[in-house]
Design a protein around this ligand. Structure first.
Ligand SMILES: CC[C@H](C(=O)O)C(=O)SCCNC(=O)CCNC(=O)[C@H](O)C(C)(C)COP(=O)(O)OP(=O)(O)OC[C@H]1O[C@@H](n2cnc3c(N)ncnc32)[C@H](O)[C@@H]1OP(=O)(O)O
Length: 311
């Protein structure tokens, strides 16, 4: 699927060999680990499938905003092995969603995610299996963060361990007034392994990241706002009647950033991802390539024809 997307991009591109080599490089950026790192995707998938339970549910809406729900309420939405595989499959579907603009990641039953399912963790507590799971989840969460969609983690209740890491694989985090994000890894004799530490440093800076990880601090919405882990606070509705649900509040928040045609929103996300991840010269070349996909596009021509003013 990745190759297919690359081929389409290449066809759109006008600059021949240079573009091809850049696109090939970009292919290797899609996943952090591949067979050259000794990572055997099919083998890891099969191993993870041996730990079933729960599901990851994807709802793609006509509005261009999809909702991804971590669904394993009897275990506080802990991620079983099969849910990890399910998550990776849902990310693949979103990578190919041409009409998509935004994504909300939420937990079922009023809590976000309590990390990996401890029964699976116990069964694969040897270093080899742990590293395979780590590489699989780094790949999946890196691809989640790189989706050409503006993504928001709607954190309600608790985001613990791997759940806290998952929240950092979205562009933004909105915290319900009752919620807590906690990197509990130290208490488990661990450090984050799903890319959560690397992303956390980029979100809150190394000083704050060090405090959160070494103190296993509970981040409530107030602390989240103070250190920049949280982008907004949502009020938990007190009554069923008339009150906006957290999902509606998150959708309204996201609407401000996803108004407009999907190709333009996707292009915005792509230039930000390349600016965030690539060395400057490479990011500039990618920005030029992405610019080429929107320059003279229907949205651009329509805006020019309407002589729009930006008062
Ligand atoms: C550390 C890194 C690693 C990774 O990155 O891969 C991880 O993520 S390991 C997992 C880290 N998370 C935890 O250690 C969470 C442990 N659970 C708790 O602290 C509590 O259960 C809590 C705070 C989430 C909820 O507490 P509460 O009192 O509200 O409810 P219960 O404890 O009764 O939980 C209900 C039910 O859910 C089960 N549960 C909760 N979390 C997990 C989990 N991560 N894996 C498996 N099962 C989990 C809990 O055992 C209860 O089940 P029950 O059968 O009713 O005993």
């Amino acid at each position: 699927m990745v190759l297919c997307a690359l081929r389409q991009q290449l066809l759109k591109s006008s600059s021949g060999c240079g573009a091809w080599s850049r696109l090939l490089r970009r292919q290797s950026h899609d996943c952090v680990y591949s067979s050259i790192h000794g990572f055997n995707l099919q083998e890891v998938r099969a191993k993870l499938q041996a730990f079933p339970g729960g599901s990851i549910d994807l709802l793609k809406q006509d509005s261009g905003i999809a909702v991804l729900t971590i669904n394993n309420p009897s275990r506080m939405n802990a991620l079983s092995g099969s849910m990890m595989v399910d998550l990776e499959e849902k990310v693949s579907q979103l990578e190919n969603w041409t009409d998509g603009k935004g994504l909300i990641v939420q937990g079922a039953a009023e809590t976000f995610c309590s990390g990996s399912d401890l029964s699976a963790v116990r069964a694969i507590s040897n270093p080899q299996d742990g590293l395979k799971m780590c590489m699989f989840m780094q790949n999946a969460l890196t691809r989640l963060l790189r989706l050409p969609l503006i993504s928001v983690a709607l954190v309600e209740g608790r985001a613990l361990g791997g759940g806290a890491e998952l929240s950092t694989a979205c562009d933004f985090r909105l915290m319900a007034s009752n919620s807590v994000i906690q990197f509990v890894h130290k208490h488990m004799g661990l450090v984050p392994g799903w890319g959560g530490a690397a992303r956390l440093v980029r979100i809150v800076g190394s000083q704050n990241a060090l405090k959160l990880l070494s103190g296993a601090l509970k981040v409530d919405p107030e602390l989240g706002l103070q250190i920049g882990l949280t982008d907004g606070v949502l009020q938990v509705p007190q009554t069923e009647v008339g009150a906006e649900t957290l999902l509606q509040q998150a959708t309204n928040w996201l609407n401000d950033y996803t108004k407009g045609p999907a190709p333009v929103i996707q292009a915005v996300k792509k230039v930000v991802v390349s600016g965030r991840e690539l060395p400057l010269s490479e990011a500039l070349r990618t920005e030029k390539d992405v610019f080429g996909t929107v320059w003279g596009s229907p949205a651009n021509l329509q805006a020019l024809a309407s002589k729009s003013k930006h008062k």
